[in-house]
Ligand binder design. Structure first.
Ligand SMILES: C[S@@+](CC[C@H](N)C(=O)[O-])C[C@H]1O[C@@H](n2cnc3c(N)ncnc32)[C@H](O)[C@@H]1O
Length: 220
């Protein structure tokens, strides 16, 4: 499907799938949304030093990059697993120019290394951040009792309803350790109920600018 790069409300860029009129991030602000949903309401919950994290939809790598930046501040040791079926190109990464927008040009090389690192292998990006990209469909995830935190960043239910069902959240629930947390930008009632049906305790939290709510699900 055809992808094009657009500028969002906070000046940061994202990819748009033209045929679906769907973006990789919020049109109101890509970086703003990523920090709000995944860092502020996800990563910041953890003060244990070793965190195993699963990202559903590695895509542009923006979430991995801001997690690396944040993990330095919080002095965390992160094992980051990013699942993605349709990798973006290095040309797209260059055009998105996230390190400039994040005022993190000193991390440009590390960010490129994240994208160049081989699939299906673990790569040490820094001493405290390892990245394991897996190129596969989300439906093939079979991990159990493995992760502390899941960034659930699939395209919306309007275009990929099959990624917001009990079947997929059952897999996410199994993949998490006890007390593990899944965060997502989504807030639909049907999504919340699917999460609750598989056993999650779900909180409705204030969403990023332009969105009233988001969801956080905990495996108690
Ligand atoms: C909303 S985008 C978010 C990407 C990423 N988190 C980011 O910040 O750029 C969703 C991602 O899921 C990927 N994707 C869509 N369907 C998939 C599937 N069934 N299995 C694996 N990846 C999929 C897309 O290619 C896209 O990169």
């Amino acid at each position: 499907m055809k992808r094009k790069i657009i500028t969002t409300g906070d000046g940061s860029k994202t990819i748009q799938i033209e045929d679906w009129d769907e973006q990789y991030h919020s049109k109101h602000g890509a970086i703003q949304e990523a920090y709000h949903v995944f860092i502020e309401h996800g990563l910041r919950l953890f003060n244990n030093t070793n965190i195993k994290l699963l990202e559903i939809g590695f895509g542009t790598g923006l979430n991995a990059l801001i997690t690396l930046l944040e993990s330095k501040k919080q002095q965390l040791d992160i094992t980051y697993v990013g699942v993605e079926a349709y990798p973006v190109s290095m040309e797209e990464i260059a055009e998105l120019d996230y390190c400039t927008q994040l005022n993190a040009l000193d991390h440009q090389e590390k960010f490129e290394e994240m994208h160049r690192s081989p699939w299906e292998k673990s790569t040490l990006i820094t001493q405290d951040f390892s990245l394991h990209k897996q190129q596969k469909d989300f439906k093939e995830i079979t991990d159990s009792d493995t992760y502390n935190l899941i960034y659930y960043d699939a395209f919306g239910a309007r275009v990929q309803p099959e990624l917001w069902t009990e079947e997929i959240f059952e897999k996410m629930y199994r993949a998490l350790k006890t007390n593990g947390v899944l965060v997502t930008y989504a807030a639909k009632g049907s999504v919340r109920r699917a999460m609750q049906h598989v056993g999650f305790t779900v909180e409705r939290l204030p969403g990023p600018p332009g969105k009233r709510e988001m969801l956080r699900a905990t495996k108690d």
